[in-house]
Design a protein around this ligand. Structure first.
Ligand SMILES: Cc1ncc(COP(=O)(O)O)c(C=O)c1O
Length: 400
């Protein structure tokens, strides 16, 4: 029996059955390499789903973790902590936002944004507006409010009653959005580029008009940057490609390169919604994770990783197109949020994905036929080239 089989059997007895695991065990990882429990090496093109943007076990971060762990790890949000302040300053300097609330995950960051939008309307404006409009194929997380915002049947299944106050409209469709806005609308929540939804970017015209509508009607404009933020798309934040100025953005994933850290950033106007006691979390923004967060931002800035994400993303998309395979329908994305849509059936696409995994490439298959790559921003061009070469060989054998 391989160690993989032993772990699989143990896990089935121990853990709640929430995850559809890939058939891979992971014993260690470094940079963009991963090793399974039986010694096989993989090239990681997923980086923990856009989390370890600076590579696994980044040495500079390991040093920060080790030093900070000897100084201060956690004391609760009852106290003032310099690590938290330094990180807040560094993070806010990446955008036009004024204030930040720290939490532990993307879903929690979205919860904070939803609560802020409702409270802004009800307490600051004195309206009874509470509805949040979201877009089809969205993904905003797995808490009860976040699955209502996500709106997809597969995530709501068995969790009735659905949290009220969420309305979903067709993606990138201005008429549908306008028709959904009523005096009850508190906010519009979108991903400028959808990740789980298959790497689809909203049009700049739609985003601009959406922002104007929000301004006109004093509806808060929230952008979920949990997956797309922190240099991944070639800018600090994906909305910056369109020169937008949302009222709230949410972040998590890459903030502390694998330690749990989430954030909701907002303008001074939106921030009026909260007062002491309105919202809180025990772990959010503890000294250890925020110290790491500051280092993450410093490295991203110093090594110009937004530019690198753009270069590498453009490179891998161009290479995939250059395969001229009839099975590559389209390549999409911004920076290192990369989607390669196959034109074969979902069954054949799953076989392609299986063979890539067998050949040692870790990536994701989303929406049935979209190969999704979210590699570390530090990935070597050589690894991307090897992946495309292998994809080309596998696609050459696809028959339908
Ligand atoms: C756009 C987006 N929002 C929210 C989430 C939820 O984040 P978390 O899993 O940290 O709760 C995700 C996770 O994949 C995401 O991609």
């Amino acid at each position: 029996m391989s160690r993989y089989d032993v772990w699989k059997e143990r896990e089935e007895k121990l853990l709640c059955r929430t995850y559809g695991r890939y058939p891979v065990s992971v014993a260690g990882a470094k940079g963009s390499r991963m090793w399974d429990a039986d010694g096989k090496e993989f090239v990681d093109l997923l980086s923990g789903i856009a989390v370890t943007s600076l590579g696994h076990c980044n040495e500079e971060l390991t040093e920060v973790i080790s030093k900070q762990a000897q100084k201060l790890i956690h004391v609760s949000n009852l106290f003032y902590q310099e690590e938290q302040l330094e990180f807040a300053e560094a993070l806010l300097a990446t955008c036009h936002m004024d204030n930040v609330f720290f939490c532990n995950s993307g879903a929690e960051a979205n919860e904070a944004a939803i609560k802020m939008a409702r409270r802004y309307q009800q307490k600051v404006k004195g309206n009874d507006a509470y509805e949040i409009i979201t877009l089809e194929h969205a993904f905003h997380g797995r808490t009860l409010a976040a699955i209502a915002a996500t709106g997809q049947e597969k995530f709501l299944d068995g969790f009735a009653p659905t949290t009220p106050g969420f309305i979903q409209v067709a993606w990138n469709d201005m008429q549908a959005l306008k028709a959904a806005i009523t005096p009850k609308t508190a906010a519009i929540l979108v991903e400028v580029i959808q990740g789980e939804g298959g790497i689809h970017a909203l049009s700049p015209e739609y985003c601009k008009e959406l922002q104007s509508l929000c301004r006109e009607k004093d509806i808060l404009f929230i952008v979920d940057e949990v997956q797309s933020g922190l240099c991944r798309t070639g800018k600090w934040w994906a909305y910056q490609h369109y020169a937008l100025e949302p009222d709230i953005i949410t972040s998590a994933k890459a903030l502390a390169n694998g330690l749990p850290l989430g954030a909701m950033l907002c303008t001074a106007k939106a921030s009026k919604a909260f007062e002491p006691g309105s919202h809180a979390t025990t772990f959010g923004g503890g000294a250890l994770v925020t110290k790491v967060g500051s280092k993450v931002i410093e490295i991203m800035q110093r090594d110009k990783l937004a530019d690198r994400a753009k270069q590498m993303g453009d490179h891998v998309r161009a290479k995939a197109l250059a395969l001229k395979s009839p099975w590559v329908k389209e390549t999409r994305g911004l920076g290192l949020m990369v989607g390669i849509e196959l034109s074969c059936s979902p069954e054949s696409a799953k076989k392609v994905w299986d063979e890539l995994l067998e050949a040692g490439f870790i990536l994701n298959l989303t929406q049935g036929t979209v190969l999704r790559l979210l590699p570390a921003l530090t990935i070597e061009e050589y690894d991307l080239d090897r992946f495309v070469e292998c994809l080309g060989k596998i696609l050459a054998d696809v028959k339908e």
